[in-house]
Design a protein. Structure first.
Length: 693
């Protein structure tokens, strides 16, 4: 190797052209030590950009003040964004102790830098001037200007010196605590295992669960079987195990995470986060944090949120109570009149009830949902709707062998996006499922449409030595959900990156994802990919019919569960005074209106509720139900015109998926739908009848 090549090899990959297919992230060349160096250089360049802007002798204009950094076509000033994107995506998907330590070190520095920019008086004066005096702008330019101005104002630009210093301290502490919350949750989740060595204790479990547990034990160099709190392990155990004491052990482990007397306890962290956010909001002139958040949401105010949640309780609770009684009666018939259903029994007897009513079981469907076939089915659905195609490209670097990278091509054959898919749980990966980006879409000053690199991260059932990855219908729905987010990213076609793709208001962002879930029980879709992994036989029509008939099984119970989370979220973030109550009893009271049955005294959701404590959904969890109203209403158009109707799909793409946050979301929705949504389509889909007054 030449000296020049050696020098290049030793350079930080973030400082060099990526020189990869479509300029994708060179994961194979990035080392831990590269991150901190790139972070600090990125901050230096950001500061250089700020100085350049505020020292510009020309009068502030939209072009020299607002879009200067947006149009960094040479990539000089976007270094901080590039390294931050890679680092924090990996922190969720593939972390380790060294990355966690670096995150704790770098997070306060990044927050301080963000405050330095947002609280820079000279910079804000230029932005403020442009906000008041500007050339004629397009709708998208108006949105960028308003977002930029509000970004400064909502970050404290109008505060006095004392207020700004107070805000700095609050935001820096909140950023550190949010990170600590996530790290504690991952640590606690991965620390628990249920190790079984007696085969009799596997009674009731399907072969797929037993084989997966045996493989986990082997990976941990243990005899027997190991079950974890990762969803593909936890859910089958709670659904099928006849060992009630072990179900209780698993349930209590899952539902007491981060409440124990150790350094992963999140109780005080949650209390402090609630207070920090309240103080931030009040410092900025709002009564509560919810008031601060909802100004920039479709819901607009807390009244609208509570109206939605209360309307859902009124509509669904009577049905949920009937569902609960039906489950209790079945359990008593099976176990005796003195039997009391406990929370760790719910999934077990729900499964028994589903079998009784519909002769349907998740394990019956697994053989027809082999992962590679599901991938083909989901990609095929996108092709039938939008004409796009996917081609795996093994030359695109990935950050773990589980990850697959695809090139995506539009219906005219042109390159559209890069799509990463990360399917299975592992040690350094957070639970749940999410979509993210490694590069956002924009059209730069040279007129080049820079296409996005989107990633879907999930925790689906892993393959075993005996079988490929066989999914449940619920996991297929999860895939469709996250894929819907990815389509929102891949179809982005806006001028500015900060307005592209999923950069929309939070109670609109779940529409494209929840919309895609509707296809999971459509016969026409299932027939395209659901074939038995051994025989090749298609999923029988009568089994599909049972799936459709069971669609609304326990639907009201599931709705109230989501509503309860929304109530809990709002209870925390509508606090007007210092929050000093004990988290666990507060939680029990906050959501009791949506809870059926007696609550356990020592379980706690709050301390593992990442969405509202560390995931950006604080005062926004209602968004899932808000978007469900939208998705049911939107899908009703497809049901009327045909679920694969390309004209309807093209309208959905043009008016919703490609527009990002360039206009008010209701404007975009009405352009697709022809009017505002109502709750009627959701009630009809769920088989719920409104109470007549």
């Amino acid at each position: 190797m030449s000296q020049q090549a050696q020098n290049t090899e030793q350079q930080n990959p973030f400082f060099l052209p990526y020189d990869t297919p479509h300029d994708t992230v060179p994961f194979d060349r990035i080392k831990l030590e590269h991150f901190e160096e790139a972070f600090m250089e990125g901050i230096r360049r950001d500061n250089e950009q700020v100085e350049k802007t505020i020292n510009n002798p020309q009068k502030p204009t939209f072009d020299n003040t607002i879009i200067d950094k947006e149009d960094d076509t040479e990539g000089y000033y976007d270094l901080l964004e590039r390294v931050s994107t890679v680092f924090f995506n990996l922190l969720s998907a593939e972390t380790n102790d060294e990355m966690d330590a670096l995150a704790q070190k770098i997070q306060p520095i990044l927050t301080q830098h963000a405050n330095d920019v947002r609280l820079n008086e000279q910079l804000f004066k230029r932005v403020q001037y442009v906000h008041r005096h500007h050339r004629k702008l397009t709708a998208e330019e108006k949105m960028l200007l308003e977002n930029t101005y509000q970004g400064f104002v909502r970050s404290g630009a109008l505060l006095d010196k004392e207020g700004k210093e107070r805000l700095r301290k609050l935001t820096e502490e909140a950023s550190v605590l949010s990170l600590q919350f996530s790290q504690n949750l991952l640590k606690e989740t991965k620390a628990f295992t249920l190790h079984i060595t007696d085969r009799a204790q596997l009674d009731g479990l399907p072969d797929t669960a037993v084989e997966a547990a045996a493989q986990t034990a082997k990976e941990q160099q243990k005899e027997g079987w190991v079950f974890t709190l990762d969803y593909p392990s936890y859910s089958p155990f709670m659904t099928y195990s006849t060992q009630r004491d072990l179900r209780e052990q698993m349930y209590m482990a899952r539902n007491t995470l981060c409440t124990h007397s150790n350094d992963a306890n999140n109780l005080e962290i949650c209390k402090r986060l609630v207070n920090l956010r309240r103080e931030i909001a009040q410092l900025l002139g709002y009564k509560t944090y919810a008031d601060y958040v909802l100004v920039r949401r479709m819901a607009s105010n807390t009244r609208s949120v509570y109206k939605l949640l209360n309307d859902l309780i009124d509509a669904y609770k009577p049905t949920a109570e009937r569902e609960r009684e039906e489950l209790k009666k079945l359990a008593v018939r099976m176990e005796g009149k003195d039997f009391k259903v406990k929370p760790w029994d719910a999934a077990f007897y729900s499964h028994k009830l589903q079998l009784k009513k519909f002769n349907l079981d998740a394990e019956m469907l697994r053989p027809y949902f082999e992962l590679s076939k599901v991938i083909s089915g989901v990609f095929g659905l996108a092709n039938r709707l939008y004409g796009i195609t996917f081609r795996e490209n093994k030359d695109i670097p990935v950050y773990h062998p589980d990850v697959k990278a695809y090139e995506v091509f539009d219906k005219d054959g042109s390159y559209l996006a890069v799509f990463y898919a990360d399917f299975h749980p592992r040690k350094g990966k957070q639970g749940g499922a999410w979509m993210t980006e490694y590069q956002g879409q924009c059209i730069n000053l040279k007129g080049i449409n820079e296409r996005p690199h989107v990633s879907v991260v999930m925790n689906l059932t892993k393959p075993t030595e005996e079988k490929p990855a066989l999914l449940t219908l619920g996991e297929v729905e999860t895939f469709l959900h996250e894929f819907g987010h990815s389509l929102h990213g891949m179809f982005a076609n806006t001028r500015f990156e900060s307005l592209s793709g999923t950069n929309v208001w939070w109670d609109f962002v779940e529409l494209p994802s929840q919309f895609m879930e509707n296809f999971s029980i459509e016969k026409e879709f299932l027939r395209t990919f659901a074939f038995h992994y051994q025989t090749g036989e298609p999923l029988p029509d009568e089994l599909i019919d049972r799936i459709v008939k069971s669609r609304n099984f326990m639907v009201a119970t599931a709705c109230l569960r989501q509503v309860s989370f929304g109530l809990l979220d709002m209870a925390y973030y509508t606090q007007r005074h210092e929050f000093s109550q004990d988290i666990i009893p507060f939680e029990k009271n906050a959501w009791k209106k949506a809870i059926l049955g007696k609550q356990l005294t020592d379980t706690c959701m709050t301390v593992q509720f990442s969405h509202i404590m560390a995931g950006g959904y604080a005062a926004g969890y209602y968004s899932y139900k808000w978007a469900e109203v939208l998705d049911a209403d939107a899908f009703s158009v497809f049901k009327r015109n045909g679920i694969f109707d390309q004209k309807t799909a093209q309208s959905f793409r043009e008016n919703i998926l490609s527009k990002g946050g360039t206009e008010h979301p209701m404007t975009l929705y009405k352009r697709f739908r022809g009017g505002e949504p109502t709750i009627d389509a959701l009630l009809k889909r769920n088989g719920i009848k409104r109470k007549t007054k």
